[in-house]
Design a protein around this ligand. Structure first.
Ligand code: 16G
Length: 240
Protein backbone atom coordinates (compact mmCIF):
# COMPACT_ATOMS: atom_id res chain seq x y z
CA UNK A 1 0.00 0.00 0.00
CA UNK A 2 2.90 2.37 0.71
CA UNK A 3 5.61 2.79 -1.90
CA UNK A 4 8.83 3.63 -0.07
CA UNK A 5 10.71 4.17 -3.35
CA UNK A 6 8.28 6.80 -4.53
CA UNK A 7 9.31 10.47 -4.54
CA UNK A 8 5.91 11.17 -2.95
CA UNK A 9 6.44 11.50 0.83
CA UNK A 10 5.08 8.56 2.82
CA UNK A 11 2.86 10.75 5.01
CA UNK A 12 1.28 12.11 1.87
CA UNK A 13 0.63 8.65 0.46
CA UNK A 14 -1.07 7.69 3.71
CA UNK A 15 -3.14 10.87 3.67
CA UNK A 16 -4.38 10.06 0.18
CA UNK A 17 -5.28 6.52 1.22
CA UNK A 18 -7.27 7.68 4.22
CA UNK A 19 -9.05 10.31 2.10
CA UNK A 20 -9.92 7.68 -0.51
CA UNK A 21 -11.44 5.47 2.20
CA UNK A 22 -13.54 8.38 3.46
CA UNK A 23 -14.66 9.22 -0.05
CA UNK A 24 -15.59 5.66 -1.01
CA UNK A 25 -17.49 5.19 2.25
CA UNK A 26 -15.25 2.55 3.77
CA UNK A 27 -14.64 5.00 6.65
CA UNK A 28 -17.95 6.52 7.73
CA UNK A 29 -18.61 9.84 9.49
CA UNK A 30 -18.39 9.35 13.24
CA UNK A 31 -16.24 6.20 12.96
CA UNK A 32 -13.03 6.08 14.95
CA UNK A 33 -9.86 6.04 12.88
CA UNK A 34 -7.49 3.11 13.53
CA UNK A 35 -4.77 4.12 15.99
CA UNK A 36 -1.36 5.49 14.99
CA UNK A 37 0.15 2.28 16.22
CA UNK A 38 -2.08 0.13 14.02
CA UNK A 39 -1.18 2.10 10.89
CA UNK A 40 2.50 2.12 11.81
CA UNK A 41 2.60 -1.65 12.33
CA UNK A 42 0.42 -2.54 9.40
CA UNK A 43 2.27 -0.36 6.91
CA UNK A 44 5.68 -0.73 8.50
CA UNK A 45 6.22 3.00 8.81
CA UNK A 46 7.06 5.22 11.79
CA UNK A 47 4.41 6.57 14.13
CA UNK A 48 5.80 10.06 13.47
CA UNK A 49 4.90 9.66 9.82
CA UNK A 50 1.41 8.45 10.67
CA UNK A 51 0.97 11.38 13.06
CA UNK A 52 1.98 13.80 10.33
CA UNK A 53 -0.61 12.38 7.93
CA UNK A 54 -3.34 12.48 10.57
CA UNK A 55 -2.49 16.04 11.63
CA UNK A 56 -2.71 17.19 8.03
CA UNK A 57 -6.13 15.54 7.65
CA UNK A 58 -7.31 17.13 10.91
CA UNK A 59 -6.22 20.51 9.55
CA UNK A 60 -8.07 19.82 6.32
CA UNK A 61 -11.17 18.85 8.37
CA UNK A 62 -11.39 15.27 7.12
CA UNK A 63 -10.76 14.11 10.69
CA UNK A 64 -11.23 15.55 14.15
CA UNK A 65 -9.75 14.66 17.51
CA UNK A 66 -11.78 14.23 20.66
CA UNK A 67 -9.75 14.62 23.84
CA UNK A 68 -9.24 11.33 25.63
CA UNK A 69 -11.15 9.39 22.96
CA UNK A 70 -9.21 9.41 19.72
CA UNK A 71 -9.51 10.58 16.15
CA UNK A 72 -12.77 10.37 14.22
CA UNK A 73 -14.02 10.77 10.67
CA UNK A 74 -15.71 14.13 10.17
CA UNK A 75 -19.02 14.48 8.35
CA UNK A 76 -18.18 15.82 4.89
CA UNK A 77 -19.88 19.02 3.86
CA UNK A 78 -21.79 19.32 0.63
CA UNK A 79 -19.91 21.58 -1.73
CA UNK A 80 -22.25 23.81 -3.63
CA UNK A 81 -20.99 25.38 -6.78
CA UNK A 82 -22.24 28.94 -7.03
CA UNK A 83 -21.54 29.37 -10.72
CA UNK A 84 -25.09 29.26 -11.94
CA UNK A 85 -28.60 30.10 -10.88
CA UNK A 86 -29.96 26.77 -9.70
CA UNK A 87 -32.69 25.65 -7.33
CA UNK A 88 -32.32 23.52 -4.24
CA UNK A 89 -34.12 20.67 -6.00
CA UNK A 90 -31.72 20.82 -8.96
CA UNK A 91 -28.65 21.07 -6.70
CA UNK A 92 -29.62 17.95 -4.75
CA UNK A 93 -30.65 15.92 -7.80
CA UNK A 94 -27.38 16.85 -9.54
CA UNK A 95 -25.47 15.14 -6.75
CA UNK A 96 -27.76 12.13 -6.66
CA UNK A 97 -29.50 13.08 -3.43
CA UNK A 98 -33.23 13.07 -2.84
CA UNK A 99 -34.58 16.53 -1.99
CA UNK A 100 -37.66 17.07 0.15
CA UNK A 101 -39.41 19.93 1.90
CA UNK A 102 -41.16 20.38 5.19
CA UNK A 103 -43.63 23.22 4.86
CA UNK A 104 -43.85 25.37 7.99
CA UNK A 105 -45.91 28.25 6.71
CA UNK A 106 -47.74 29.22 3.53
CA UNK A 107 -49.87 32.34 3.42
CA UNK A 108 -50.57 35.55 1.59
CA UNK A 109 -49.57 38.71 3.43
CA UNK A 110 -49.51 42.42 2.49
CA UNK A 111 -45.98 43.52 1.53
CA UNK A 112 -44.22 45.89 3.90
CA UNK A 113 -42.57 48.91 2.29
CA UNK A 114 -39.02 47.51 2.15
CA UNK A 115 -40.12 44.16 0.70
CA UNK A 116 -42.42 45.93 -1.75
CA UNK A 117 -39.46 48.04 -2.93
CA UNK A 118 -37.29 44.97 -3.47
CA UNK A 119 -40.06 43.24 -5.44
CA UNK A 120 -41.01 46.41 -7.38
CA UNK A 121 -44.62 46.19 -6.19
CA UNK A 122 -46.88 48.58 -4.29
CA UNK A 123 -46.82 48.63 -0.51
CA UNK A 124 -49.47 46.23 0.86
CA UNK A 125 -49.70 44.34 -2.45
CA UNK A 126 -50.21 40.60 -1.76
CA UNK A 127 -47.15 38.38 -1.47
CA UNK A 128 -46.84 34.71 -0.69
CA UNK A 129 -44.83 34.09 2.43
CA UNK A 130 -43.46 30.59 2.35
CA UNK A 131 -41.36 29.02 5.04
CA UNK A 132 -39.79 25.67 4.20
CA UNK A 133 -37.22 23.36 5.67
CA UNK A 134 -35.15 22.00 2.79
CA UNK A 135 -33.92 18.47 3.33
CA UNK A 136 -31.50 16.18 1.52
CA UNK A 137 -31.93 12.46 2.11
CA UNK A 138 -34.22 13.43 5.00
CA UNK A 139 -31.60 15.59 6.73
CA UNK A 140 -32.44 19.29 7.25
CA UNK A 141 -30.00 21.45 5.30
CA UNK A 142 -31.55 24.89 5.24
CA UNK A 143 -34.47 26.95 6.47
CA UNK A 144 -35.86 29.11 3.70
CA UNK A 145 -38.25 32.08 3.86
CA UNK A 146 -39.51 33.02 0.41
CA UNK A 147 -41.52 36.10 -0.60
CA UNK A 148 -43.23 36.06 -3.99
CA UNK A 149 -45.62 38.64 -5.51
CA UNK A 150 -49.00 36.87 -5.77
CA UNK A 151 -50.03 38.89 -8.82
CA UNK A 152 -46.94 37.84 -10.75
CA UNK A 153 -46.54 34.16 -9.89
CA UNK A 154 -50.12 32.97 -10.06
CA UNK A 155 -51.69 29.82 -8.74
CA UNK A 156 -49.07 28.80 -6.17
CA UNK A 157 -50.33 26.26 -3.68
CA UNK A 158 -48.94 24.67 -0.56
CA UNK A 159 -48.75 21.48 -2.59
CA UNK A 160 -46.54 23.04 -5.30
CA UNK A 161 -44.02 24.52 -2.86
CA UNK A 162 -43.58 21.11 -1.30
CA UNK A 163 -41.81 20.16 -4.50
CA UNK A 164 -39.98 22.69 -6.72
CA UNK A 165 -40.87 26.34 -7.03
CA UNK A 166 -38.53 26.96 -9.99
CA UNK A 167 -39.95 23.98 -11.84
CA UNK A 168 -43.47 25.39 -11.40
CA UNK A 169 -42.44 28.84 -12.59
CA UNK A 170 -40.64 27.53 -15.66
CA UNK A 171 -42.58 24.43 -16.64
CA UNK A 172 -46.13 25.24 -15.54
CA UNK A 173 -46.21 29.02 -15.94
CA UNK A 174 -43.77 29.06 -18.86
CA UNK A 175 -41.82 32.00 -17.43
CA UNK A 176 -38.05 32.34 -17.87
CA UNK A 177 -35.89 32.85 -14.83
CA UNK A 178 -33.14 35.39 -15.55
CA UNK A 179 -30.58 36.33 -12.94
CA UNK A 180 -30.16 36.84 -9.22
CA UNK A 181 -28.05 38.70 -6.75
CA UNK A 182 -27.09 36.92 -3.58
CA UNK A 183 -25.71 38.13 -0.29
CA UNK A 184 -23.77 35.89 2.15
CA UNK A 185 -23.34 36.38 5.83
CA UNK A 186 -22.04 34.22 8.70
CA UNK A 187 -24.25 34.27 11.79
CA UNK A 188 -25.24 32.17 14.78
CA UNK A 189 -28.48 30.22 14.43
CA UNK A 190 -31.53 31.84 16.02
CA UNK A 191 -34.05 29.84 18.04
CA UNK A 192 -36.16 28.94 15.06
CA UNK A 193 -33.15 27.68 13.08
CA UNK A 194 -31.91 25.64 16.04
CA UNK A 195 -35.29 23.93 16.24
CA UNK A 196 -35.98 23.35 12.55
CA UNK A 197 -32.44 22.53 11.48
CA UNK A 198 -31.92 20.26 14.49
CA UNK A 199 -28.64 21.90 15.46
CA UNK A 200 -27.09 22.78 18.81
CA UNK A 201 -27.34 26.13 20.52
CA UNK A 202 -24.70 28.57 19.25
CA UNK A 203 -24.26 26.70 15.95
CA UNK A 204 -23.01 28.79 13.03
CA UNK A 205 -25.21 29.12 9.96
CA UNK A 206 -24.63 30.69 6.56
CA UNK A 207 -27.31 33.24 5.95
CA UNK A 208 -28.08 34.07 2.34
CA UNK A 209 -30.43 36.50 0.76
CA UNK A 210 -31.26 36.01 -2.91
CA UNK A 211 -33.27 38.37 -5.05
CA UNK A 212 -34.15 36.79 -8.37
CA UNK A 213 -35.69 38.24 -11.49
CA UNK A 214 -37.37 36.88 -14.55
CA UNK A 215 -35.65 37.26 -17.88
CA UNK A 216 -37.61 40.47 -18.44
CA UNK A 217 -35.99 42.05 -15.37
CA UNK A 218 -39.01 41.83 -13.07
CA UNK A 219 -38.11 40.50 -9.60
CA UNK A 220 -40.14 37.44 -8.61
CA UNK A 221 -38.63 36.36 -5.30
CA UNK A 222 -36.80 37.54 -2.25
CA UNK A 223 -35.47 34.53 -0.38
CA UNK A 224 -33.77 34.41 2.98
CA UNK A 225 -32.04 31.10 3.57
CA UNK A 226 -30.06 29.83 6.51
CA UNK A 227 -27.82 26.91 5.65
CA UNK A 228 -26.23 24.63 8.20
CA UNK A 229 -22.55 25.56 8.32
CA UNK A 230 -21.67 22.03 9.40
CA UNK A 231 -23.19 20.58 6.23
CA UNK A 232 -22.44 23.12 3.54
CA UNK A 233 -19.55 24.82 1.86
CA UNK A 234 -19.60 26.97 -1.24
CA UNK A 235 -17.37 27.15 -4.27
CA UNK A 236 -16.96 29.83 -6.85
CA UNK A 237 -14.68 30.03 -9.89
CA UNK A 238 -13.01 33.40 -10.21
CA UNK A 239 -11.52 34.75 -13.39
CA UNK A 240 -9.07 37.56 -13.86
C1 16G B 1 -32.68 27.79 -3.76
C2 16G B 1 -32.60 29.31 -3.80
C3 16G B 1 -33.94 29.96 -3.65
C4 16G B 1 -34.97 29.35 -4.58
C5 16G B 1 -35.02 27.86 -4.41
C6 16G B 1 -35.96 27.20 -5.37
C7 16G B 1 -30.45 29.78 -2.60
C8 16G B 1 -29.78 30.53 -1.55
N1 16G B 1 -31.77 29.89 -2.75
O1 16G B 1 -32.91 27.34 -2.48
O2 16G B 1 -33.80 31.32 -3.97
O3 16G B 1 -36.24 29.87 -4.30
O4 16G B 1 -33.72 27.31 -4.62
O5 16G B 1 -35.93 25.83 -5.08
O6 16G B 1 -29.82 29.09 -3.32
P1 16G B 1 -37.00 24.79 -5.58
O7 16G B 1 -37.21 25.00 -7.04
O8 16G B 1 -36.41 23.49 -5.24
O9 16G B 1 -38.28 25.07 -4.82
Amino acid sequence: MIDKQSPIPIYHQLEEQIKAKIENGEYKPGDALPSEREYAEQLNISRMTVRQAITNLVNERYLHRIKGKGTFITEQKLEQNLNGLTSFTEDMRARGMEPSNKLINFEIIPAKQSLADQLHIAEHAPVYEIKRIRLAEGIPMALERTYIPANLIKGLTDHIVQSSLYQYIENELGLKIGKASQLFEATLANEEEIEYLEIADQSPVLFMKRTTQLENGIPFEVVKSSYRADRYKFMLDLER
